[in-house]
Design a protein around this ligand. Structure first.
Ligand code: C5P
Length: 402
């Protein structure tokens, strides 16, 4: 799935050591189907060559406002007109000052001023330059003018100091850009999502768990972030990277997940319970590894005792001022019947059901939405696309606050 298919991006580089990250960025943008025109300031050419950027983008790189390759000497108009977005990465303190003032004394600043498309900037500078009053004034002015400011990140800087001002990593900028093109269906909404399995210890080395990759829950967290929501993810153990822009609380057991959910639930508008929570936990957890040898001191072979875990979703749905709750059900048969029964039993307005056999750990999934109107099947699609369809379905059903 290419996330930037058919998008034309002007990638502007101003002078900063973070130009090395722009080389990877251009590759990532192209991998996602974008056409990328690179424009560099003179200062940027001291950090990375036009040849490098040309080889990576597969297109001519522009630097000079008087470039004879462009008909009519209208590089600033030509380059900005067909673009869906102009992204300046890295955006130096000096270049942002120029943008804030509306100056146009080189090709990149001129085409920013002449643009008819959105402008995004990814600042990159030393922490003192970033926190300096003039820079902060310029950032505020740019935001006021409708420019999107991505980051900056925090951490170790090329100069050896540590603080705010690092340019975001290529994958983080890509995530911001993909989000930029998604409709803001959940703007100003707070969304809590559980994902992955829970694991219930038997002894220090053995656990009981459910099969769950966490992919659907993580895809929903990403889709909700892209839709403009403030998202929190509570996750059991998975092999997945934490989604960009989503604070993540890692837990192991159902009881830890229950506690984490209750600690985060106040003020949430939506709760999406995707986690495959273990229904049972072992009450006689052994403090030492249980031995196979029946004569060993710590052997208690088959005598595990269980108690029922709390039903997190049903608990949340029954809270006073409960958020709008969405559940999940993976069944192996009679999906419609079981899913509707589960929705009613949990007291929730919407449940997503699927047949478990074919989708476990897969990249694609086939789901149906169950609500009080009945069953609404969605087309088989990549999990990220299904997640976006589900977020749109949730947004469409969400009651308007009075
Ligand atoms: O109860 P059952 O496992 O059949 O229902 C699945 C739905 O309930 C999922 O949304 C799952 O996240 C949620 N659930 C829960 N706490 C449990 C069991 C399931 O929140 N203990």
């Amino acid at each position: 799935m290419q996330e930037l298919h058919d998008k034309r991006i002007v990638l502007g580089l101003s002078g900063g050591i973070a130009c090395y990250k722009s080389a990877e960025l251009v590759r990532r943008l192209i991998e996602q189907g974008a056409t990328v025109d690179v424009v560099m300031t003179d200062a940027a050419t001291h950090f990375i060559t036009a040849v490098t950027m040309q080889a990576l983008s597969g297109r001519p790189v522009f630097n000079d406002a008087w470039d004879p390759r462009i008909p009519n000497n209208m590089a600033h108009i030509d380059l900005s007109r067909g673009a869906d977005v102009i992204l300046i990465a890295p955006a130096s303190a000096d270049f942002m000052a120029k943008l804030a003032q509306g100056r146009a004394d080189d090709l990149l600043s001129t085409l920013c001023l002449a643009r008819a498309c959105p402008l995004l900037v990814a600042p990159a500078m030393n922490r003192e330059m970033w926190s300096a009053a003039p820079t902060q004034r310029n950032v505020a002015q740019l935001k006021h003018d409708g420019v999107s400011v991505l980051g900056p990140g925090s951490g170790q800087q090329a100069c050896g100091e540590t603080g705010d001002g690092r340019m975001l990593e290529a994958l983080q900028i890509l995530a911001e850009l993909v989000a930029f093109f998604q409709p803001k269906l959940l703007q100003n909404k707070r969304v809590l999502i559980t994902a992955g399995p829970t694991v219930e210890p038997i002894d220090p080395v053995r656990v009981i768990t459910n099969r769950s990759s966490g992919k659907t829950g993580y895809a929903l967290a990403r889709a909700a972030f892209e839709a403009g929501a403030e998202v929190t993810l509570i996750s059991g153990p998975t092999a997945l990277p934490e989604p960009y822009g989503v604070p993540c609380i890692q837990v192991q057991t159902a009881q830890q997940m229950h506690e984490a959910v209750l600690s985060q639930i106040a003020g949430q508008d939506i709760f999406i319970s995707v986690a495959a929570v273990a229904d049972w936990r072992v009450t006689n957890v052994a403090s030492d590894k249980i031995k196979k040898d029946p004569l060993a001191a710590s052997s208690h072979t088959s005598n595990l005792e269980f108690s029922l875990n709390p039903d997190i979703l049903a608990t949340v749905a029954a809270l006073p001022n409960a958020p709008w709750c969405v559940g999940f059900a993976a069944e192996t048969e009679r999906l419609s019947e079981f899913a509707q029964a589960k929705r009613l039993r949990k007291g929730i307005p919407m449940l997503i059901g699927n047949l478990a056999q074919h989708v476990m750990d897969a990249e694609h999934t086939t789901v149906s939405i169950f609500d009080e109107q009945g069953e609404h099947p969605l087309p088989t699609s990549a999990k990220q696309d299904v997640a976006r369809m589900l977020i749109a379905a949730i947004a469409a059903r969400l009651p308007q606050k009075t």
